[in-house]
Design a protein around this ligand. Structure first.
Ligand code: GLU
Length: 499
């Protein structure tokens, strides 16, 4: 039988890091074994399911490159099928109608609790004496849990066993006609010929119920793997406090899908050794369920940022530029001027779709020039957005100067004279090359009997408006003589006026 895995999210919220972990392992396992990876949308909870969330899931998978095979299966298309199976269980005396209302059940539960007794459904409707009284009431269908032990093999946790007496007769078809998660899941996993179910540890309790259903329906259960949770560095459930939780937020913040995949793949699995950088094709080649960790892993946003930066740094300038351009694709050009280069605005995906103001930054069209800027910024870029945040001065004259920088480098009485000399030397340079620029600055420093840094800092502030960044000589060369002279003149005019 061919190996088939599936990712079965409920579209009740946007696709998050935990979803990515599960989807990725299912995907890698299927691809590694030459099997299939299916996508099933578990939207039986009509009130809480939202097609916008389904779109969010699909868009996230697409961005990550986790392609599923065939069509998408939607449980809401299959209500009739679940009903038929529920009726079959009734017919075989493995299920029964339940007329108890939610309030009645709550009341009995509360009474038991008041007596400090545990409570599970008391089978009140199993052998109803007087049907007439309640026939008109809405009714659910419950599964009649058999006696004995229920067990299954888990690839991480080995043999899992429980006494079925601890499991109540759970609802398989609700009174509104929709199936419960466990019931729909079993029927679909069977009908789709799923061979391996890889999901979160939080489903262990469900698996026992599902194993009982497989037995009752006379079907073979798939193999199960329950993955430990991903936690924040403080070992609590992963949440906003630990960084973004939604995958499209990571896209929005300028992460690369391959870096995110590489990082997440290693949370709970390792190929052996201490390898940290593993490409997508290599992950497929190396992935195996034998090397899954039985303990929770810690999500560390700092490490992910570092890894993303390494990915960017290893890429060619061309590739990084393409990614930056891509990053801006399909955004509304609400800010089409070169003025916007230094600004970024993140879209908010909390509600599943991009909400709020979108800013597409119009990137300058001169590719050669852009490539040079990319080359300079790339080594310190942890995210694609860093380009937008740090490249403003390559496209626009500074409108103001960094306050602290001014106190440090512009306030010396000699600054005006020194910058004037720099301007003069630069204008005389015939070859405006990195070497000649550096030589000019160093020679001038020697002649003035000062350290070169006393020239470099104020020049940088005059040209960029800020105090940090790539090597000054490279910046000067990239900006070009005309721009450099103009900006030095502007800075001089500013300093003279402020005197
Ligand atoms: N809809 C369930 C969830 O999102 C699926 C669990 C499973 O994989 O069976 O948790």
């Amino acid at each position: 039988m061919p190996l088939i895995t599936r990712f079965a999210p409920s579209p009740t919220g946007p696709f998050h890091i935990g979803n990515l972990h599960i989807a990725l392992y299912n995907f890698l396992f299927a691809r590694k074994e030459g099997g299939k990876f299916l996508l099933r949308i578990e939207d039986t909870d009509i009130k809480r399911s939202d097609t916008i969330m389904t779109q969010n899931i699909i868009e996230s998978l697409k961005w990550l490159g986790l392609e599923y095979d065939g069509e998408i299966y939607k449980q809401s298309d299959r209500f009739q099928i679940y009903r038929e199976y529920a009726e079959l269980l009734i017919k075989n005396k493995l299920g029964y109608f339940c007329y108890c209302t939610h309030e009645e059940i709550e009341e009995r539960k509360q009474m038991a609790m008041a007596k400090k007794e545990s409570w599970k459904y008391d089978r009140k409707c199993l052998n109803l004496a007087n049907m007439n009284e309640i026939q008109d009431r809405p009714r659910a269908i419950r599964f009649l849990v058999p006696e004995g032990k229920v067990s299954y093999e888990d690839r991480i946790h080995n043999k899992m066993e429980r006494d079925a007496a601890d499991i109540e007769d759970f609802v398989i078809l609700k009174s509104d006609g929709t199936p419960s998660y466990n019931f729909a899941c079993v029927i679909d996993d069977h009908e789709l010929n799923i061979t391996d179910v890889i999901r979160g540890e939080d489903h262990v309790v469900n698996t026992f119920k599902q194993v009982l259903l497989y037995k009752a329906l006379g079907w073979k259960a798939p193999k199960f793997v329950h993955l430990p949770m991903i936690l924040g560095p403080d070992r609590s459930k992963l949440s906003k406090r630990h960084g973004a939780t939604l995958v499209l937020e990571y896209r929005e913040q300028g992460f690369l899908p391959e870096a995110l995949i590489n990082y997440i793949a290693l949370l709970g699995w390792s190929p052996g050794g201490d390898r940290e950088f593993i490409s997508f094709p290599e992950l497929i080649e190396l992935f195996s369920l034998d090397r899954l960790s039985p303990t929770a892993s810690i999500f560390d946003i700092k490490k992910l940022e570092w890894m993303n930066g390494e990915y960017i740094n290893k890429m060619s300038d061309e590739e990084v530029l393409d990614r930056i351009v891509n990053f801006h694709e399909n955004r509304e050009p609400t800010c089409p001027d070169a003025e916007c280069v230094g600004k970024t605005e993140n879209r908010d995906y909390t509600n599943g779709v991009d909400a709020g103001p979108l800013t597409r930054i119009k990137l300058p069209e001169n590719r050669e020039y852009m490539l040079k800027v990319v080359n300079l910024l790339k080594p310190r870029m942890q995210k694609l957005t860093a380009f937008m945040e740090r490249s403003a001065y390559f496209f626009n004259d500074p409108k103001e100067y960094d306050k602290e920088g001014m106190d440090k480098y512009f306030n010396l009485p000699e600054t005006i004279e020194r910058l004037a000399l720099v301007k003069e030397r630069f204008s005389k340079l015939e070859a405006f090359s990195i070497e000649m620029i550096e030589l000019a600055v160093r020679e001038l420093a020697d002649e003035l009997g000062i350290k070169a840094s006393l020239l470099i800092h104020p020049i940088r502030l005059a040209l960029t408006g800020i105090t940090g960044g790539p090597s000054l000589f490279h910046i000067v060369e990239t900006l070009g003589k005309e721009t450099v002279i103009r900006r030095l003149e502007k800075a001089l005019a500013f300093l003279i006026k402020a005197k």
